[in-house]
Design a binder for this molecule. Sequence first.
Ligand code: SF4
Ligand code: SF4
Length: 273
Amino acid sequence: MYSNAELVKDCLELFRQTEGDIVDVPEIGETVLFDEPIFGFASAGDGIFETFRRKEVIGANYFGPYEWLPEARSVVALFLPFSEAVRKSNREDKTDPSREWLYARIEGQEFIGKYMAAVKQLFEEKGFKACVPALDERFGIKIEITSKGLRPDFHADSRWSERHAAYACGLGTFGLSRGLISERGMAGRYASIIVSADFEPTPRAYTGIDDYCIKCGVCAKNCPANAISLKHGKNNIKCNKHVETMKKKYSPRYGCGKCQVGVPCEFRAPGKK
Ligand code: SF4
Ligand code: SF4
């Protein structure tokens, strides 16, 4: 028996041991990218994973826990909040991402890849099977382009979604900007692993998909691409175009995240009762 508390303790230890959470480059100096992660758990057999196959949720390309790992028993989701230094830096300019944010998005994602590989190894050393969908060669995103081109709400028909896994694992709900709002807010990155070990599921303290969002519209006001509106939600094409522009400017890094900083849901869940 491997308890939730023992796993969290081991994963936090690994988080401290994995290199890459601190970058030290002349552009930004020594900067911590992420605070310690928080964790949520779901049973692999939870019916919610089946609902993600619906076209209006993720789509038919989606793989459930058993397709990733036939021996699956649990899904463990993590939220890694961006550090105060990263979040604060990105509040300053209203259009361009801060250097710290760019490093947190790109080098930060590399760090998460290394960290999740180490978490997978931890399970395997204990005799369990484990699969990290984001690191699996079957992972991918299929974007449907119709004869009329992409619709503003175009569907990225993904094999797996970290945000949806986190929702299932009780970590939080979606916001107007389509990010997932956890108890530690939205500014950060999500990760997940499917394992053959049993854990106590985290109760979902919500019933609606956006219970933690207070519909304040601040993310819409912050968006330099006018990609978010209270009436229509998020326009993915406008968002992607802006991020592409930033990529041309800051390649090999890219990002934006203005909808995740200077907002009530930056580092807390404003709608949580
Ligand atoms: S800024 Fe306001 S409207 Fe936008 S996601 Fe956060 S809580 Fe919701
Ligand atoms: S990432 Fe930037 S462009 Fe995209 S919705 Fe958020 S603020 Fe707008």
